[in-house]
Design a protein around this ligand. Structure first.
Ligand code: NDP
Length: 498
């Protein structure tokens, strides 16, 4: 049954005066729900609800805030299978990955709940007697969370968990491709019992609701995950308002295959990294940079293995790869395939839209591999689909130079059994994440996640304790219990010097 959703503001679902958008299953074309294109007034109402809730929420002790996150995690766990099917149904990733999306929410909410009993500051010695110096984290105020479609529960989960434990009420604006996942996410938070106004959801067009949220005078920080060009607009708008902003943008992640790599392990990692989630992960393996001594062997095995990948119904446990998420995604990927041919890159596998039977109802593409030159657009630009570009490197230094030649810096990986290459790569690869003998995907929630260069211009990191940085500011506190006026730098009785 198709459900017509409203917006979630001030603790309840409200009808919207805006036009409506439909969300569809990318494997079947089936309509799953309709959602409001919220109006500016409705966005204002959501921000006002968050602003009104701030005072109470910031004064709620962080361990109590954590109890609500734990309760939400418990509910997510009890509904995991159902929610995973919603992720797969709306976004198209295979069910095992849909379950992973929900599991990331559970993991992070549990982790963030624990942070409610830590949130460490520092106590440091004073240069004066009978004086104490310490630092504490304080919430910035109501915050805006703008999320993409590729991890339609995990990314809202990461951002919300960090903001809420920090003491910030949230206004979530999800991708217009996956509003159903966002609505179901918020339903769970509602069931967990967050006070009215602490959690708000507004759906609608990015340039209206997203832009309006960033520019709203009462929003004190924005956490954004999406493409570089949208991120640039968000960055500029936040700068005009002089507020905090965290940006997690695109990637062009590489695996380096050294000539001593375990080829079986490498091949498993490349296939998972490049074609998991149909290549639509910001950390997807988009480039494979292979040492010249093993290049021919790797290409032969890769082509052989790619031909065996099964593309189809993402609910079928035997399927390796589902559809891409939307007609726009399909068009963009096929445009890159055309471009690859025009650029003179050699098509090694795939390169087509799959047709016939159930394929005709959805956006199914063949897993695609090109051998490319290092300055080609296929080697440089984020495709965000099931397309892997293979490059030949002369040696370790050349492989690193190729890896670092792109404007992105999210994830990276090296396959080698030689400690010298592994430890050098940890230093040399320009990326926020480096894996050794594992693909570019597979982040764990208790470690910082984010990138360098145009992937992460704000140098913020989600997940881990660093997640709090986006939503808190530091206060330094000096407590003088000497009972007299003491002046730092001026009247300290020094043991040496003047
Ligand atoms: P977009 O940049 O198109 O959209 C991201 C979000 O921004 C959506 O909610 C969108 O809303 C909203 N938006 C659009 N225009 C504006 C605007 N002017 N102001 C504010 N918000 C706006 O990205 P996609 O959703 O297509 O996601 C894919 C991209 O996300 C890829 O480039 C990928 O690399 C990146 N990504 C990065 C990750 C990371 O951690 N580094 C993780 C996952 C994805 P609407 O849908 O309504 O347009």
């Amino acid at each position: 049954m198709v459900q017509d959703y409203g917006i979630f503001v001030g603790g309840g679902w409200r009808r919207s005066k805006g036009k409506r958008l439909e969300t569809r299953n990318p494997a079947t074309g089936e309509v799953l729900g309709t959602f409001p294109l919220a109006t500016k007034e409705e966005l204002h109402a959501a921000v006002k609800a968050a602003k009104d809730a701030f005072e109470g929420w910031r004064k709620t002790p962080a361990p109590r805030r954590g109890e609500l996150l734990l309760e939400a995690a418990r509910i997510f766990r009890s509904k995991k299978e159902d929610l995973a099917r919603t992720v797969t149904g709306e976004m198209g990733k295979i069910l095992a990955e849909g379950r992973g999306d929900v599991q990331e929410v559970i993991d992070f909410l549990e982790y963030a709940a624990g942070e409610g009993r830590r949130m460490f500051g520092a106590t440091v010695p004073s240069e004066l007697p009978n004086k104490m110096c310490l630092t504490v984290r304080l919430p910035v105020g109501p915050v805006g969370l703008i999320t993409p479609w590729n991890f339609p529960m995990a990314i809202p989960g990461w951002k919300s968990g960090a903001a809420l434990i920090a003491g910030c009420p949230i206004v979530l604006k999800p991708s217009s491709l996956t509003p159903l996942c966002a609505a179901r996410f918020v339903e769970v938070l509602d069931e967990a019992g967050f006070p009215p106004g602490v959690v708000n959801l507004v759906t609608g067009a990015g340039p209206v609701v997203g832009d309006g949220l960033v520019a709203h005078p009462d929003i004190r920080a924005v956490s954004f995950t999406g493409g570089v060009e949208t991120g640039r607009r968000v960055y500029e708008s936040a700068a005009r308002k002089m507020i905090k902003v965290g940006l997690e943008l695109g990637g062009k992640n590489a695996i380096l295959a050294m000539d001593d790599a375990d080829l079986g392990l490498l091949m498993d990692g490349v296939l998972f990294g490049a074609f998991g989630t149909a290549g639509q992960r910001c950390t997807a393996t988009s480039r494979l940079i292979v040492h010249r001594r093993i290049y021919d062997q790797v290409v032969d095995e890769l082509v052989d293995r790619v031909a065996k990948l099964k593309v189809g119904d993402p609910l079928d446990a035997a399927v390796d790869m589902g559809p891409v998420a939307s007609p726009e995604q399909e068009r963009k990927v096929l445009e890159y395939v055309d471009l690859g041919r025009k650029e003179g890159s050699k098509l090694l596998a795939g390169g087509t839209k799959l047709r016939g039977g159930p394929y005709d109802r959805g956006f199914f593409l063949a897993p695609t591999v090109f051998a490319v030159g290092r300055t080609s657009r296929l080697a440089q630009e984020e495709i965000f689909g099931p397309v892997l570009s293979v490059l030949r490197a002369k040696d370790y230094d050349d492989a690193v130079a190729i890896a670092n030649s792109v404007r992105y810096g999210l994830s990276s990986s090296i396959y080698t059994n030689d400690l010298r290459w592994a430890f050098r790569a940890m230093q040399d690869l320009e990326a926020g994440i480096t894996y050794v003998n594992a693909p570019t995907i597979g982040a764990e929630v208790h470690l910082p996640f984010g990138g360098t260069k145009e992937t992460g211009p704000t140098d913020t990191r989600e997940a881990g304790t660093t997640a709090l940085e986006e939503f808190t500011h530091w206060k330094t506190v000096y407590v003088d219990y000497s009972g007299r006026l003491q002046k730092a730098q001026i009247d300290t009785a020094r043991l040496t010097g003047g």
